[in-house]
Design a protein around this ligand. Structure first.
Ligand SMILES: Nc1ncnc2c1ncn2[C@@H]1O[C@H](COP(=O)(O)OP(=O)(O)OP(=O)(O)O)[C@@H](O)[C@H]1O
Ligand SMILES: [Mg+2]
Length: 241
């Protein structure tokens, strides 16, 4: 198993938000996490990537215990992260944004030219300020920044939030491409149906607990899941400032 989250309880200061959650991701798998607003999806992911420390439980990545490590250490071990909010530095250029994400020596990561080839949306625009990008381009930049260190596991928190359907498709297609090139993916999505359609397995969170799990196709065909979690129309927010 590449990532093993075992009985993790956690949250913020004294606010316990996620309760006794266990999830696993196998190498080369594509796993979705879905669930209503406020169900603890982002809290769980922030705990995995080290921005929050679990109150109890443990997290193992690549046979190493990571739940007491710093986000920086965890990134260096091979986990890339696209946060839900503020995932690019608006006042910096595209190139500076990529540089900010490059923790590893150049021999261990993508070269910038390789990265621009992978993300044509930002190619040839190195000197442009990130604030001038459209919503979709901005998410591509955030994705490129998370990919710079060639992560073995890419964690994404609602990378399609607030995007038009065509752009949602573009981002999801890019994730399929990244997965096909050998990267393992853990994806939180508000577009739950689309996310399950492209993933191998899924977890459903509600009020901070894991309430369902299984192969994505089983979740998609379950009437209960359809009624409770796939019909939800939700208004999501992304900070575009
Ligand atoms: N910084 C914080 N301090 C205290 N409580 C927080 C903080 N951030 C989030 N919470 C609370 O934790 C709970 C879960 O929030 P979280 O952001 O993990 O949900 P989510 O499933 O990602 O929701 P969304 O779909 O809206 O992104 C919510 O009740 C929220 O109010
Ligand atoms: Mg969230």
């Amino acid at each position: 198993m590449m990532l093993e989250v075992t009985n993790v309880t956690g949250g913020y200061e004294k606010a316990e938000v996620i309760h006794d959650i266990s999830i696993e991701v196998e190498r080369k798998e594509f796993v979705s996490i879905i669930g209503p607003n406020g169900s603890g999806k982002s809290t769980l992911m922030k705990t995995i990537v080290g921005f929050l420390k679990p109150f109890s439980g443990q997290i193992i990545f690549d046979n190493k215990r990571i739940d007491k490590k710093s986000p920086n250490k965890i990134a260096k071990l091979g986990i890339g992260y696209v946060p839900q909010l503020n995932n690019v530095f608006s006042s910096l250029t595209i190139h500076e944004n990529l540089e900010m994400g490059a923790y590893l020596p150049s021999k261990d990561r993508y070269s910038y030219s390789e990265l621009y080839d992978l993300f044509p949306a930002i190619k040839g625009r190195e000197a442009e300020k990130a604030k001038n990008l459209s919503g979709g381009e901005r998410q591509m930049l955030a994705l490129a920044r998370a990919m710079v260190n060639k992560p073995a596991l890419l964690c994404l928190d609602e990378p399609t939030a607030a995007l038009a359907p065509k752009l949602v498709r573009e981002i999801l297609n890019k994730l399929i491409e990244i997965r096909e090139s050998g990267t393992t993916i853990l994806l939180i999505e508000q577009n739950a149906k689309q996310s399950l359609k492209i993933s191998d397995r899924g977890y459903v969170l509600a009020i901070g607990k894991k309430v369902h799990e299984g192969p994505s196709r089983d979740l998609l065909s379950s009437q209960k899941i359809q009624e409770h979690y796939l019909g939800i129309k939700k208004v999501s927010t992304i900070n575009n400032s």
